[in-house]
Design a protein around this ligand. Structure first.
Ligand code: SDX
Length: 428
């Protein structure tokens, strides 16, 4: 491949190029400082690749998203969430035997240690479920000590991965029960992934959970569409924490905390709160659009814009179409979807949004489906975390499979005081 040439201080420096399987091309600057004494500065890593990866491919200009080469549209239509989890972590869709082993491992690891239930007594009912989730996931390294050791062991990893994917559901459902003062419902061994979660969420001694295949499929589709998204903020956090050889539970806990932010995974909760504000305050769509464009206004158009997608987020497209289909089939009404569609229609015609290539992202329609399923708004980001967990685990594993493991340690440009000395209190 041709090289990149940097001319600095009259001297030429050549740097190798890297081209991916979808022809994305990068300058490899790993020797830059050694050769030139220079570093690069790229606030927010908008132009910086942290790694090579074979897990997820995004073409932000064309609105393409594939997991291990398979378009998410096909997976959302045909796959189960556990198949997608296996695909992301192990590289291919599981055959029948692999699926059975994986499902059995998830079933065997669906209950949480009874002593972990005592943590819930310490949380007030109003505790945000993301705070509970992060705490409980990190505590898993205390109760499930088959966690990462100095030498990466495949069979230990398989157990940790299944333990996390299965138990995150149980923790999430228990946090909901705790918030409404209901008894926890133990997982069942004969229910599939999404059904078991909904059973633990909505079954109670007085109101049995009534399975609805459409609702269970809607949840699986939501989980599949959230399963991975290459080097986003929270997954990059998982990689960075994992690069210090922290165990998988601690790394995932850090990723859950990063996901909580309203600019990231917390946006789905913010979208519904925004739509409800529009409805309750009787705001016009035009008022919303103008406020969203006004830098001084506190109003933010959550669910719009994306660092990578400069086209319609393909996940939002699938979710919007599925909302329309399932609402019609279940004869379900939600005024918020009408507001969402009007808002989308108006922004896509507004020069401010067109110039900035701001389109609906995954969070714009996901909350409307979670509402239909009956998930409380403050649990929407927890649902994002449940879906994203296989991707975080897959990225953590890929980093550990890449030898040598390099600890992540970005540089900086110092802009503080030059050398100065201590001044005694009486002279300040
Ligand atoms: C997720 O990275 C991932 O892959 C994330 C994710 C995943 O699957 O992991 O896809 C999940 O996090 C989706 C994004 C959810 N967040 C939101 O919906 C919050 C609202 N969106 C924005 O805050 C913003 O668009 C971000 C954070 C998503 C992206 O921010 P960037 O890339 O740093 O872009 P920016 O803030 O610099 O915006 C560029 C311009 C600015 O205007 P100007 O300064 O050029 O005049 O676009 C404007 C921004 O003011 N802008 C918006 C806007 N988003 C960007 N204006 C109004 N409303 C918005 N939502």
């Amino acid at each position: 491949m041709e090289k990149a040439t940097l001319i600095f201080n009259g001297k030429k420096h050549e740097m190798p190029m890297v081209k991916g399987t979808e022809n994305e091309t990068a300058i490899d600057i790993s020797q830059l400082r050694q050769e030139t004494g220079l570093i690069t500065l790229d606030v927010g890593y908008q132009n910086t690749g942290a790694c090579t990866s074979s897990i997820t491919f995004i073409d932000g200009d064309k609105g393409i998203l594939r997991y291990r080469g398979i378009p998410i549209e096909e997976l959302a239509e045909k796959a189960s969430f556990t198949e997608v989890a296996y695909l992301l972590i192990y590289g291919d869709l599981p055959n029948k035997e692999e699926q059975q082993i994986f499902s059995q491992r998830l079933t065997q690891n669906s209950m949480i240690h009874e002593e972990m239930l005592r943590f819930f007594d310490g949380f007030p009912p109003t505790a945000h479920p993301m705070a509970i989730l992060a705490t409980m996931v990190n505590s898993m390294s205390v109760y499930y000590t088959d966690y990462y050791t100095e030498d990466f062991q495949a069979e230990t990893f398989d157990l940790m991965a299944a333990s996390l994917i299965s138990r995150i559901r149980t923790i999430a459902a228990y946090s909901y029960k705790h918030s409404i003062g209901h008894p926890h419902v133990y997982p069942k061994r004969d229910l599939k992934y999404a059904s078991n979660f909904l059973y633990m969420m909505f079954d109670s001694p007085v109101n049995p959970y009534v399975p609805d295949p459409d609702i269970e499929r809607a949840l699986s589709i939501l989980l599949i569409l959230h399963a991975d998204h290459e080097q986003n903020c929270s997954t990059s956090t998982v990689r960075l924490v994992g690069s210090s050889m922290a165990n998988l539970y601690a790394s995932i806990c850090a990723g859950i905390c990063a996901l909580w932010g309203p600019l990231h995974g917390g946006a789905n909760q913010k979208v519904i709160e925004m739509l409800e504000q529009i409805k309750n305050d009787r705001l016009t769509i035009r008022q919303c659009i103008e406020s969203a464009k006004d830098k001084n206004s506190k109003f933010r158009l959550f669910g719009f814009g994306h660092r990578v997608y400069k086209n319609y987020d393909p996940r939002a497209k699938v979710l919007k179409e599925y909302c329309e289909k399932i609402f019609k089939k279940c004869n379900y009404q939600d005024q918020l979807i009408n507001i969402a569609m009007e808002l989308e229609d108006a922004t896509l015609k507004d020069p401010f949004f067109i110039e900035r290539k701001l389109y609906p992202n995954v969070d714009f329609y996901s909350g409307i489906l979670y509402r239909m399923i009956g998930i409380p708004t403050d649990m929407f980001t927890v649902m994002f975390a449940i879906g994203r967990l296989p991707g975080m685990i897959a990225q953590w594993k890929e980093m550990h499979d890449t030898v040598p493991l390099k600890i992540g340690r970005p540089r900086q440009i110092y802009t503080g005081n030059n050398l100065r000395h201590y001044v005694p209190m009486e002279e300040r």
